[in-house]
Design a binder for this molecule. Structure first.
Ligand SMILES: Nc1ncnc2c1ncn2[C@@H]1O[C@H](COP(=O)(O)OP(=O)(O)OP(=O)(O)O)[C@@H](O)[C@H]1O
Length: 244
């Protein structure tokens, strides 16, 4: 199967702290790849290194579509088809729903004419099932709808890979289920996904394969059912001896 996105021995230190320490992962075309690990394991730093925001690796390579991208700008990477969302619901609250999507569209290299732009925005909002008036301000949206909007901002430029940083954070179980259904539908349209998630049931439901990071290193990679019952993973979350 084609590898669309790969990190090869990627390392990043902040002072004396090795936040990402020789990490290698491969994301195959069409799959949902999960990333888990305890707080501070290096998951978000790895996402930042994959998307060039706002840091570069000290060593190692990031390959997207077979090309080295670790020294490319975040905008170049986004235009090449790798889009992401952030841990916090980073929407522009003073702007309308449609204006938010338009900014996502401009960042990803889309946006030709006003008519084309409107059609593309409508399509992205429909894809995330965010109904209602697109000209209403974004600050009135519920948490799940903010997440829908953030995903629409990424999807509007038709990325080939979508990286989602803790999409289920703060959601109650009913909204987590709604998110799983939404991401399942988006994945079915052919979008490859990488998902960082602390809510492991979300990764169990969505991921084809996953990796667990601990102290900046990948400790296990495999199918969620195998990874989440692995003694090394249980110990990483619960401490030494927890798996016995
Ligand atoms: N810009 C930075 N400067 C200094 N240290 C940083 C920086 N970014 C991250 N770190 C540190 O690197 C380590 C890994 O952080 P990171 O946010 O990648 O972990 P994480 O697995 O995403 O954690 P969480 O699940 O809590 O979001 C942490 O110790 C963090 O404090």
């Amino acid at each position: 199967m084609t590898v669309l996105l790969a990190a090869e021995e990627v390392t990043k230190s902040f002072g004396s702290l090795r936040a990402v320490d020789g990490v290698s992962i491969e994301v195959r075309q069409g799959e949902v790849f999960g990333l888990a690990g305890p707080n501070g394991a290096g998951k978000s730093t790895l996402f930042n290194l994959l998307t060039g925001i706002p840091i570069r690796p000290d060593s190692g390579r990031v390959l997207f579509g077979g090309r080295e991208v670790q020294h490319r700008s975040p905008r170049w990477i986004a235009k090449a088809g790798l889009k992401r969302t952030f841990q916090t619901e980073a929407v522009f609250e003073s702007l309308t729903v449609r204006e938010n999507v338009r900014i996502g569209s401009a960042y990803g290299g889309a946006g030709r004419t006003a008519r084309w732009d409107r059609a593309r925005c409508a399509e992205a909002l429909e894809q995330v099932e965010l109904g209602g008036d697109p000209d209403r301000p974004a600050d009135g949206l519920s948490l799940i709808d903010r997440k829908r909007l953030m995903i629409a901002c990424a999807l509007v430029s038709h990325p080939s890979v979508l990286l989602l940083d803790e999409p289920a954070a703060g959601l109650d179980p009913a909204d987590q289920d709604a998110l799983i259904r939404l991401l399942t539908r988006i994945h079915a349209t052919g979008t490859t996904m990488v998902i960082i998630e602390h809510v492991l049931s979300v990764l169990e439901a969505l991921a084809d394969r996953m990796a667990v990071l601990d102290s900046g290193r990948v400790i296990v990679t495999g199918a969620p059912a195998d990874v989440l019952t692995d003694a090394r993973v249980i110990e990483a979350y619960l401490g030494p001896g927890a798996a016995r």
